[in-house]
Structure formats: C-alpha cells, structure tokens
Design a binder for this molecule. Structure first.
Ligand code: CTP
Ligand code: CA
Length: 225
C-alpha cells in the first residue's frame, strides 16, 4: 500500500502509544536518561490518525512537535509515564509501548544540587527498579480483547532475546530491532521483526519508521474485537 492511502481500518478505535525516553532525576539539574528520540512512537501516532483512530500519545521528553489530531500527554519519568498510560489505556482498543522506559531510577532525589568536594570520592548512586508498564498492561488488561504491543532493541542473538522477552512480558506482539551504529536511535529509518506468541515472525525491511508503524497497525487491526 502506498503511504497515506490506508483504509480507515482504525475508525472508531482508541489507541494509546508511548514514545520517547524517560528521564529519572538525580537532583534539580541531572537525570539518568536514554537515547530514544521518540520518532518511532510519533510515527505510530501519525499513522494511526491517518487510519481513523482516536490517538493518545504519551510522550516522554521528545523534542518533536505534537502531531496534528493527537491527544498528547507529556511526561518525564517512568512513574509518570505509567500513570498516564494506565489512565489512557482504560478505554483503549490497543496500547503500543514504543517508549524507552528506564529500568531503574535513583533511590534518592537530592533536593539540592549534588556538589563535589576537594579530596572526596563521589558517592555511588543507588538505584531502584521502576515499574514494568508493558508487563502490567499485559497481565491486567483494562478491557477484554485489548491488544498490547511492546518494542525491544536488542544486540547479540536478537531473535532469541526477542522471543524470550515476548513470553516474559505477555504482550500480543513484540517489535524487535537490532541496535548498532547509526541504527535505530535518532534515525529516520528502522528495520525490525514483529514476533507473535504463536511463533509468527513478520520481517519489516529497512525503511521509514512510518512503514514499520503501518505494519504494526496492519497486524493489530484484524485482532481488534
Ligand atoms: N518497558 C516498560 N516498562 C519498563 C521497561 C520496559 O513498559 N520498566 C517496555 C518498553 O516500553 C518496551 C518493552 O517493555 O515496549 C521492552 O523494553 P526492554 O527495555 O527491551 O525490556 P526489559 O524487560 O527492560 O529488558 P532489558 O533488561 O533487556 O532492558
Ligand atoms: Ca529495559
């Protein structure tokens, strides 16, 4: 299908997409973050609008402009992202977790800027686990038949890691891409394999993030009840 020529197969549907990367503050001026640009999640939001959906985009620290026709909720941390996604997911037909959610956050937030002192070694930064939003969405579906999709950037044995992650998370689809030099992060393009629990693998050739987004909706759309 030519881009922009999709049938409005998501008309009357509400879909939730998370995008970007969470930032976990250490003190008022510093955070632990990641390199997600938000481009894949924003492409998912735009393509869903083009296919007729009502779209809620939970955007974590992306510098991209709010896409037209999308209800955008801006968040900073993983805890904030969880709250916004669960709220929007309450009446959603599908939830796609494209955001890079930090696995850990600093155990303590320093109200004042952390200062160095002459002759003193820095304190180690203690971390605690963040909630796993995708696993939670998958385990406690807000609506029967709600479709939940995850993303995973992997290295080494990409497909084996992806299959294990799909099983662990309990989601309906997992979009797996290989990370490497000039791939994925900040790039306009992507290449991936979409894994389903029945063993189906849908390869998506190297191309624009919109094309991968449309493939995700092509797979989600027929599963909606
Ligand atoms: N995810 C999430 N909450 C987290 C971590 C990840 O919802 N705390 C979601 C991401 O949005 C993504 C999927 O889970 O859709 C996979 O993220 P990934 O970081 O690959 O999974 P992890 O279980 O954190 O595994 P790893 O140890 O490889 O980072
Ligand atoms: Ca992770």
């Amino acid at each position: 299908l030519a881009r922009g020529a999709q049938a409005p197969d998501l008309a009357g549907r509400h879909v939730v997409v998370s995008a970007g990367g969470t930032r976990e503050p250490l003190d008022p001026v510093r955070y632990l973050g990641n390199r997600s640009s938000g481009k894949q999640g924003y492409a998912l939001a735009r393509t869903a609008v083009a296919r007729g959906a009502r779209v809620t985009l939970v955007a974590a620290n992306s510098e991209l402009p709010d896409p037209a026709g999308v209800d955008v909720v801006h968040v900073g941390t993983a805890v904030q992202l969880r709250e916004a996604v669960l709220k929007a997911a309450a009446d959603a037909d599908a939830v796609v977790m494209a955001a890079a959610v930090a696995d850990f956050r600093p155990a303590r937030y320093a109200e004042g800027k952390i200062k160095k002192r002459d002759g003193q070694e820095p304190e180690p930064v203690a971390l605690v686990r963040n909630p796993d939003v995708l696993a939670e969405l998958s385990a406690d579906r807000a609506r029967p038949g709600q479709i939940v999709v995850g993303f995973a950037a992997e290295t080494d044995d990409v497909l084996a890691n992806g299959r294990a992650k799909l099983a662990r998370k309990g989601c309906d689809l997992l979009v797996v891409n290989e990370v490497g030099e000039r791939r994925t992060f900040g790039s306009e393009e992507n290449e991936a394999v979409v894994l389903a629990p029945d063993g189906t693998e849908t390869p998506v050739p190297h191309g624009p993030k919109e094309a991968l987004a449309d493939t995700v909706w092509d797979l989600v759309s027929p599963c909606l009840t």
